[in-house]
Design a protein. Structure first.
Length: 281
């Protein structure tokens, strides 16, 4: 019985109607799931986190390749399926709840087809944790934003903040009929490898991330204009904010034209100039 048939049978057996709001589209291509395990170089020493275990197809395969699977699922009905279908797998730990809110034991790899609705918060949650490698499926548009070229239409906050934390590789295009029920969009397999050291120096990471977020709300403006609201929020007097903005090395560049390392340099310059001068209200 192939995975599509198994998915239909289990959903019918447990009287489950996939919930669109929870992004319940189950991967039913065993070749895709095996490739993801291969891309993560999963071995018997690994503890692998799976977010959104669903019907347990990937969970089952992972259990054959790794030391332990930590499978998180938010839907109580699917937890029942997982408990009953995977009861004999001693190296699978099931956790019921929202991965962003529950306590998750340590893991060193992530292999998952998570709900698209949590892509962004899940990504930032992961990048705050230590692990070796993550292989995930994301909506194609989201994946392309992760690795967008500087100045491109998809280039933005997500690109810059992710590249600071991790190396990003777009691996496979995944057609929508790889899932059941099929989503409205195609997907991509993405591999993330957290950086041991950031690719450029940032003196104040909190200020850096806030600056990136603030500037990309005005991506087509020049830095001298886009940065003033950010400076005002940090307590700089308006006239001083305008003067400081005009003095910046990159003041005449458009936000979308700044490479990730430019944002780092800009953040460092702003941080130093605010500290050096009495610019606050």
């Amino acid at each position: 019985m192939d995975l599509l048939q198994r998915a239909r049978r289990l959903l019918h057996l447990y009287k489950i109607l996939p919930k669109e709001r929870l992004g319940q589209n189950f991967a039913v291509d065993s070749a895709l799931l095996l490739r993801m395990i291969f891309y993560a170089s999963v071995n018997k020493a690994d503890v692998v986190l799976e977010v959104g275990a669903g019907l347990g197809f990937l969970t089952q395969l992972l259990s054959q390749w790794c030391k332990r699977v930590v499978a998180v699922e938010v839907d109580p009905k699917l937890i029942r399926v997982l408990r009953e279908q995977l009861y004999d797998l001693r190296n699978v730990e099931l956790i019921e709840g929202d991965v962003l809110k529950v306590s998750v034991p340590p893991f060193n790899k992530v292999v998952s087809t998570p709900p698209y609705s949590i892509s962004s918060p899940l990504l930032f949650w992961l990048l705050e944790r230590g692990f070796d490698c993550a292989v995930l499926t994301f909506q194609r548009e989201f994946a392309e934003r992760l690795a967008a070229p500087v100045g491109g239409k998809d280039y933005g906050r997500l690109t810059v903040t992710t590249s600071y934390r991790a190396e990003v590789e777009l691996l496979d295009h995944v057609p929508r009929d790889t899932f059941y029920p099929p989503p409205d969009v195609d997907s991509m397999v993405v591999r993330l490898k957290p950086r041991k050291e950031p690719p450029f120096s940032v003196e104040d990471e909190e200020a850096f991330f806030e600056l990136v977020q603030a500037l990309f709300t005005q991506r087509n403006k020049r830095v001298r204009s886009a940065i003033v609201p950010f400076l005002r929020k940090r307590g700089v007097r308006r006239e001083n904010a305008i003067r400081l903005a005009d003095s910046l090395f990159l003041h005449d560049r458009r936000v979308r034209e700044l490479a990730p390392e430019d944002f780092g340099a800009l953040s460092n310059e702003v941080t130093r100039k605010i500290c050096e001068k009495a610019l606050l209200q």
